[in-house]
Design a protein around this ligand. Structure first.
Ligand SMILES: [Zn+2]
Ligand SMILES: [Zn+2]
Length: 332
């Protein structure tokens, strides 16, 4: 038997001295490409950051060649594309190559960047549509938001029926925000025929799904040194356990791209900390009906922002005179 470096093993398993001279043989080279592609595909699917994928490419020359095979690139998960805005030009070849291999995540993230960062609305929407055709739930939901809001510049118009259709498709693929949006649409008769009972059922399902997902993935797993779990309460408007890292890499890119500032002071960004969408025209997003301070691209973002802290800060406009009167009296 030979080792990977070609050494011959003795019967007891140890490499012999003579085998080193004879051995020029590598079992790794004998492995067919198909098997290596399957191994690489499994490795790439489990990548949690771009560095994981790069580490696979750096193993050896053969992995480097086969790692860029379209079969492997088409399976790259969303986290592989989690780049920061400053590194986008360096990662552009990788995005293009993955998109050429038919990777739906590459289509979606490139579409979001083109639509909301580069303001190339037609190209962005067409890239997202390529992902949506292949049943990418986030792409379907993002396109429904675009249709509901009439995003895409001054000339764009709202298309409620198309928005509701896309939202329904995303909801049935398991997208929680889409399910919540569909529930509100049914309750209000917004783009669909009004059906309050069915809408409330969808809203309940969305809440249950989100609760289950939060319990399984987002609960803080930090422990004290004595191995006791820590309990955190909402502080400063944010519930512990939620960070922008919990959201999709496309949203993380938008968040770090704008960093809370919009390119035009007239345009507002979505107030939900995990969204990052910015208006493409003035007064595109809806305001919180109670305080009129926060703006949201969708009801999904509004519901999430409410749960992670806006409920603690939302002060109805009717209460402002009382607060001002208390301030004048020196009570505040
Ligand atoms: Zn939003
Ligand atoms: Zn509010």
């Amino acid at each position: 038997m030979r080792s990977r470096r070609g050494f011959l093993y003795a019967s007891n398993g140890a490499p012999t001295t003579t085998s080193r001279k004879r051995g020029r043989f590598n079992f790794f080279d004998l492995l067919p490409d198909d098997i290596l592609l399957l191994i690489l595909m499994k490795l790439v699917v489990s990548a949690e950051c771009p560095a994981d994928f790069i580490a696979v490419l750096l193993v050896c020359k053969r992995f480097n060649c086969l790692g860029l095979n379209p079969f492997v690139l088409s399976k790259a998960p969303a986290e592989t594309f989690a780049v920061k805005p400053g590194l986008l030009s360096a990662a552009d070849w990788f995005f293009q190559r993955c998109a050429g291999a038919g990777n739906v995540e590459a289509f979606y993230i490139m579409g979001m960047i083109q639509f909301y960062c580069f303001h190339n609305h037609k190209l962005g929407a067409s890239l997202m549509a390529k992902a949506a055709i292949q049943s990418h739930a986030s792409a379907l939901y993002s396109l429904s938001i675009i249709r509901f809001n009439g995003s895409g510049g001054i000339d764009a118009v709202k298309d409620l029926i198309t928005g509701a259709t896309l939202c329904t498709r995303a909801a049935f693929l398991g997208h929680v925000d889409a399910l919540r949006e569909l529930g509100h649409c049914l309750v209000d008769g917004y783009g669909v025929i009004k059906n309050v009972a069915e809408g409330e059922l969808y809203l309940m399902q969305a809440n249950l799904q989100e609760l289950a997902a939060r319990q399984s993935t987002q609960l803080p797993r930090l422990r004290r040194r004595n191995n006791q779990p820590q309990i955190f309460l909402p502080v400063g408007g944010l519930t512990f356990g939620f960070t922008p890292q919990n959201c999709h890499p496309a949203n993380r890119f938008l968040i770090s791209c704008y960093n809370g500032l919009t390119p035009d002071p007239m345009l507002r960004s979505c107030s939900y900390v995990g969204c990052g969408r910015v208006e493409t025209r003035v007064h595109e997003f809806r305001r919180c009906s109670a305080c009129s301070v926060t703006n949201y691209c969708s009801r999904g973002c509004q519901a999430r922002d409410w749960m992670i802290g806006h409920r603690l800060h939302c002060i109805p406009l009717l209460m402002f005179p009382i607060i001002n009167a208390d301030a004048d009296a020196g009570n505040i």
